[in-house]
Write a protein that binds this ligand. Sequence first.
Ligand SMILES: [Zn+2]
Ligand SMILES: [Zn+2]
Length: 445
Amino acid sequence: MASKGKILVIDDDHVMRSFASEALGLAGYEVETAQDGREGLQKAAAFVPDLVICDLMMPGLHGYEVCQRLRDKGRKNLHILVTSSKSFETDIAAAKKAGADAYMVKPYTAAALYAQVSSLVTGPARNGAADADSDDRDTMTVHAHEDATIKTKAELKRTEVMVRFWGTRGSSPAPGPDTVRYGGNTACVEVRVGDLLFIIDCGTGIRELGLSLLREFGDRPIEGHILIGHTHWDHIQGFPFFTPLYIKRNKFNIYSVRGSSKSLERVFRGQMAADYFPVPLANLASEIQFIELEGPVHVGPVQVSYHYLNHPGVAIGFRIEAFGKSVCYVSDHESFTRLGGESEINKRQDDAVVEFAKDADILIMEAQYTEEEYKVKKGWGHSTFDDAVSRSIAAKAKHMVLFHHDPAHTDEVMDNLLDYCRERIRKSGSALQCSAAREKVSITL
Ligand SMILES: [Zn+2]
Ligand SMILES: [Zn+2]
């Protein structure tokens, strides 16, 4: 029997990869597989498929970038089907913008796959480049591959790890008399590993961190490593107000994965465009390098790894490890099974997040909604307190710090929610320590 067409399946989940390739093989297609984006691009060039079935959240290159690169190559008559456990409308739209012809939420049945594949393969192909802003393969952007090592001049004199919260709020700043104790600034966490400075996210809290650093360093240069979980406003809006960026002697590396349609640098440039801010990114005097991650990086003796989270658009959590100590940051994230149902693939995705946070000494865990609030905010990409507690217990973390407080949760509400979480932990018999992030409060390991 002649082949009905050539299909390349790119997916890091081996169960879904085997399922799709066996089902399509039985249906008479010639099938090739790849387990990550980079291998997928290589095989696409060699195998010349009629259809690429591509996952989104993969180590190395994510699926949006694979789609863009496939489209940028300008190959005619190529169809792309994106499949993902993410079911947010934002991702469906972003995948299509990146070049996908169709999108299927996992899990799917063999019958649904046959129907989708046969309509794509027999239908007209979309030709030409992605709609994405693919003109911005920036010169300043460095791609950090697996185990890249970033050289640092800082010498570690101590092996202490310190975490300090500068912004604890999610979604929108919420200053005022009702949020004095837990804080009103949006996401920003300082992590010191010996003399190395890491900053996770640039919400409005980073403004005061900047002032604190200037007081501490005086005339000495500041070198910092800024990790961006995702580029929603509450995680980047403080960036232009981080004063050390305006001083020539300072140096910052900004790390994240590439956006769904733009480079990391372009997203930052966008928020400082003339319509939004008086000073353009290019005018910042400090030395700034944008680093798009494709795997864990080492900064001196520190390993920073990341994991994809279930949030609209591209979002990652971080794990910082050094001297046998670990700090894990999981914000913003909605349980796959809570949102998409108890399928095997969703359970594996939830388990992978738990595995990422395994045994963390400090687990900064987003918890935004009560169970009652979640009923109307399901699908917004955030966790409930119950989910955060269960996930942290399963990860056997030592200390969970509730983070990304809802703007509507006053100090009094937060006190009650913290009690609620502690009570749940106590009843479970777990030894997990639990606190809620407060501005300017630090924890030292
Ligand atoms: Zn957020
Ligand atoms: Zn967000």
